[in-house]
Write a protein of this length. Sequence first.
Length: 529
Amino acid sequence: MAIKNRVIPAVIEEDGARTYTSVLSKPDGSKAQCNMVADRIIPVIFVPGVMGTNLQTNKGASVWMLNNSGLVAKKWMFAGAEMRKSSLDPKVTEVTSVGDVPTGTAQDEAELRRRGWGEVALMSYGDWLVWLENALNDIHPATDYGRNGVRARLMKELVATAPGVALLTQEEWSLSCKYQFPVHAVGYNWLQSNADSAERLAEKINEFTAYYRDKFRYRCEKVIIVTHSMGGLVARHYSEVLEGGQRDKVLGIVHGVMPTTGAATAYKRVKAGTEGIAGYVLGPDAATMTPVFAQSPGPLQLLPSTQYGRHWLKIRDGEHLVSMPVTDDPYGEIYTQRGKWWGLCNENLINPLDEDKKFVEKDWTAYRDLIYEEVKKFHLAIANQFHPHTYAFYGNDAKYKAWGDVVWDRQLFGVIRRFGNPAAIDDMKEGNVLRDDGVGEQMLMQQTKGTSISTKYVLRAAGENGDGTVPVRSGYAFMQRMKACVAYQDVEHEGAYKKLPQQLFAVWAITKIAQNVIGTNLEYKDCRR
């Protein structure tokens, strides 16, 4: 209906998802509705997991490009230890943004690249980023201005039955609809220390928020961070540790399958390779895994920290059991134990480029220094450190067992086991390696009552519920420090954000976190602003 020439002052009305002006005219009271675009921006920053960022050499050659699973497998499944040592080196690699970006949003490719989508693995995160972008920016006619969108759905549907979880309220939904939530991605060199990656996260967050302020004059001061796996450690260091902590720039953080206190799976994979089909890409045995881990602080920081607990590494001979660590020092008791058959790192596997083993001492020293200077210090820095508005989910499923404990079992011949009385090993922690197949089986020369005996130890299969990588004990660690920490079944670690229940949890948590704008400069204190 046409607006008459004579008007009265605009009346501000709020209608859930929209804030609009009603311009009234005399004498018929006709009304024109003008939808207002939100001028407050809250960037949502996605931080991927280990191996989830595309890497290139410092000279621009592609190293790790995760556009297509088949191409990745073709490049790496036959790669030897030498290639992995030289290519996956934190000193000669860096993040690249030239990865493929997905389609399916209202944004063009240039905009998505500006937001960092080309930095992260398309095969792992492409569909998830598209879904999240569309779910958080649904104020358009197709969803009746958000009334039929994902967030509105969560006013009627619980994302989980767990402490701290409730339906979104009308007020929470309405407030979130007054903001724009552009989804960004920040990759990082996952071979480097997560402390270094936190510095890159800081740079990118400053870049993104300044862009919206400078180019559009929007109010953009704070972000919401969503993480996957090791990305959670990066975000915690950024928010709580870096330069005294950057939490004043963060409204809250959502963690998915974060190894909160580490994962014993990391030990297993160094000693016995990565299990299943993924092993052909990541490294099927100790010979291919050790050279990369031994030079890379990021993957080493996935090892169990002091807060993981004691006695998770076990050696068993029937009823006889030895457990480590016995103190709160896995770094000294396990990770830097040199020459022990159960120690994390075989010094002879660190550098496959050194065929004559002339530099074993140098290589071991460099590795040991990484453990103490990069791994231990990082673990101590983030211990007990969480943003006050933290939400998390983790996997708890018997279908996806993870190594909570790592157990080396002594194997006995069947006839001895049934009829014999095998002598106990004098000290199961001691023994010379006769053969190590690199996938979880070792033949040793040990002592029983002073007599040498050949013994065999086999690494026991994963035994704790989890997501295939992170065991439950680490997934829910420090849940009391979080607003909500939810266990889900049917969560596989790499694909943690590929299924709807976890996607809905993330959107619910983001919407809850968005309420923290109240009392900040992002709050709409006057609808006319």
